[in-house]
Design a protein around this ligand. Structure first.
Ligand SMILES: [Zn+2]
Length: 145
């Protein structure tokens, strides 16, 4: 005996047993195989995705990270960052200059955040100035430009 997944013209998928592959072909051409759902005799072997076929009616595996969970994680990071920035001063494009001045003791230490070019950021890190990139882009406060 041999089992085939069959599909009718109405997209119903069902299993049927046959003595052999030849018996299936013979019965099919004679219109002896009918869909159990709608009676359609226009049936063919169903092409199914391996993961679905192997587990029958189970749904395929879920993606590792659901979009909703990813958004929630991003929102949590944004919230954490916003809290840290509450006590920090926006210095805009003067960030590199001010951060370096604080590091050298030319200015009082205070938490600041602002913008720096890639070259400025690299230079700060090379000189041992403690800086870190913002994980979430910050919209510069227009009033302080
Ligand atoms: Zn059918």
């Amino acid at each position: 005996m041999i089992v085939f997944d069959l599909k009718c013209g109405g997209d119903h998928v069902f299993e049927a047993w046959f003595k052999s592959s030849g018996a299936y072909e013979e019965q099919r051409t004679q219109g002896l195989i009918a869909c159990p759902f709608c009676g359609d005799v226009n049936v063919n072997k169903a092409v199914m995705a391996p993961a679905v076929a192997a587990k029958g009616n189970q749904a395929p595996d879920k993606p590792p990270v659901a979009p909703a969970a990813f958004k929630a994680a991003l929102a949590a990071i944004a919230q954490l960052q916003a809290k840290q920035l509450e006590t920090s001063t926006w210095v805009g494009g003067a960030f590199a200059e001010k951060a370096r001045a604080m590091h050298l003791g030319d200015a009082p230490e205070a938490p600041i955040h602002g913008q720096a070019t890639l070259a400025e950021a690299k230079s700060l890190v090379e000189d041992g100035v403690p800086v870190a990139p913002l994980l979430v882009p910050v919209v510069p406060p227009a009033a302080r430009n």
